[in-house]
Design a protein. Structure first.
Length: 312
């Protein structure tokens, strides 16, 4: 249906009372007339085409036949309020409606009260199909939400990305300084990950990253933040725990990793981790301490967790 102004049609409708039926039938948008009780008295071809009914299937039926069941009571109440009120025009509204085939469409409906030959009021309703526009709006909203998600999350693992993760680290430091609380971080790296890529290909490597990070996330508390710093290196922020508690948590993670085979190749994947508790310092220094502890774990033989030494 073409988008023609209901106001223009209504003006034409009023100016052509003797030719009302012809005006309605020729209109390129859906028009119906209902009696005071809400039953169809007239529908035009565009209305029938939109809903998929023949004219004889609609006339005499209550208008809610084209309304999803969940909205019928409300629509009926609005119709009754309008017919019993003093306003000549009903406020333009957006509704979901139901076609004969059961398809749901979205319309803009605009209505006016007219007087019939018997002196009783009738309601003439103009409808415009905006289904495609609404679908486009939904797709645009989903696309914007996806872009916002990608701005803060790693696309492969769905973890926080480096930028968002470091921002959350700064926020945790400010919270710690304000309330005198404590927190620890852990940096971990997958051992010999390059060998997996070289032997099985990057597709298998990506699957390993997805499966291992899912396992680690499951082992963490809901309050812990899991972040992909880049490649196979990750950061975990653990609010409210000291270094020893963080060490125990990462030991549980390490053991779970070592005992779980990954991908269809049943690969054994281990991690090395460095843990550091926050003291008065910058986020960069805290990361550096944890990073050095992780490399100590690597040099000591991998598949282990090392607590960073206290800052001087």
């Amino acid at each position: 249906m073409k988008e023609v102004s209901p106001d223009q049609l209504y003006q034409l409708f009023n100016r052509s009372k003797r030719n009302t039926e012809n005006v309605i039938k020729a209109a390129p948008i859906g028009i119906c007339i209902t009696n005071p009780s809400g039953y169809f008295e007239m529908v035009n071809p565009a209305y029938c085409e939109f809903y998929g009914y023949r004219e004889e299937e609609i006339l005499g039926q209550h208008f809610t036949m084209v309304v999803p069941e969940a909205y019928r009571a409300r629509q009926s109440a609005l119709h009754d309020d309008f017919m019993q009120g003093s306003e000549s025009f009903e406020q333009r509204q957006e509704w979901d409606v139901l076609t004969k085939l059961g398809d749901v469409h979205t319309i803009i409906a605009e209505a006016a009260r007219i007087e019939g030959e018997d002196g009783q009021s009738r309601k003439v309703t103009f409808i415009i199909d905006i289904t495609q526009r609404k679908q486009l709006e939904v797709r645009l909203k989903q696309a914007n939400e996806r872009l916002d998600h990608l701005a803060h999350h790693d696309e492969l693992t769905e973890l926080y990305n480096r930028r968002a993760g470091l921002q959350r680290l700064d926020e945790e430091i400010k919270r710690c300084e304000r309330y005198g609380s404590t927190f620890s971080i852990a940096i971990y790296d997958l051992d010999d990950f390059k060998a997996i890529n070289d032997t099985y290909g990057h597709s298998t490597g990506d699957t390993v990253l997805q499966q291992t990070t899912a396992l680690v996330s499951k082992a963490l508390r809901d309050t812990d933040l899991h972040i992909r710093l880049g490649g196979e290196e990750f950061l975990i922020i653990m609010p409210g725990v000291n270094a020893e508690e963080a060490h125990l948590a990462m030991e549980r993670v390490r053991e779970a990793m070592a005992q779980n085979p990954f991908t269809e190749h049943q690969l054994t994947v281990t991690l090395s981790s460095g843990v550091a508790c926050y003291v008065e310092a910058s986020g960069t220094r805290l990361l550096d301490r944890a990073d050095k502890a992780m490399y100590q774990a690597k040099q000591a033989g991998r598949n282990r967790v090392v607590i960073a030494s206290s800052p001087m």
